[in-house]
Write a protein that binds this ligand. Structure first.
Ligand SMILES: [Zn+2]
Ligand SMILES: [Zn+2]
Length: 120
């Protein structure tokens, strides 16, 4: 039996990756860091084990806070993923980078205290 493979990449196609199997979790993150890094109201991530994800062409990384880095395409600037030393076996991929983002329906909200339009 082969695990499902979900492929994705950046806007221009210079960065491509594949994620094997199901993510641990899909969540919306409302923290200010994610807002700035994506230019969106919030970020939606699919949380994978690092060894589930293979980059065919590696993205560029930027150290966004101590022990944390954001991966992006150096050509088109698309945000791709986030990883942190606090969770060394995890990589959080922005679902918008996947070829079929509709497969990744979020089930959790993170940092909702920072949400722009909190739900009651
Ligand atoms: Zn690109
Ligand atoms: Zn965040």
């Amino acid at each position: 039996m082969t695990a499902e493979m979900n492929e994705g990449g950046c806007r221009c196609g210079a960065v491509r990756f594949g994620a094997r199997g199901a993510p641990r979790l899909v969540a919306n993150c409302h923290c200010r860091d994610c807002r700035r890094a994506t230019g969106s109201a919030f970020a939606t991530f699919a949380d994978y084990e690092r060894d589930q994800v293979t980059f065919k062409t590696p993205p560029t990384s930027y150290s966004s806070s101590q022990g944390a880095e954001r991966l992006f395409c150096e050509h088109c600037g698309s945000p791709i993923a986030f990883r942190s030393d606090a969770s060394p076996d995890e990589i959080n991929i922005h679902i918008g980078a996947f070829d079929h983002p509709e497969k990744f329906r979020p089930s959790e909200e993170c940092h909702q205290e920072n949400a722009l339009w909190p739900t009651t």
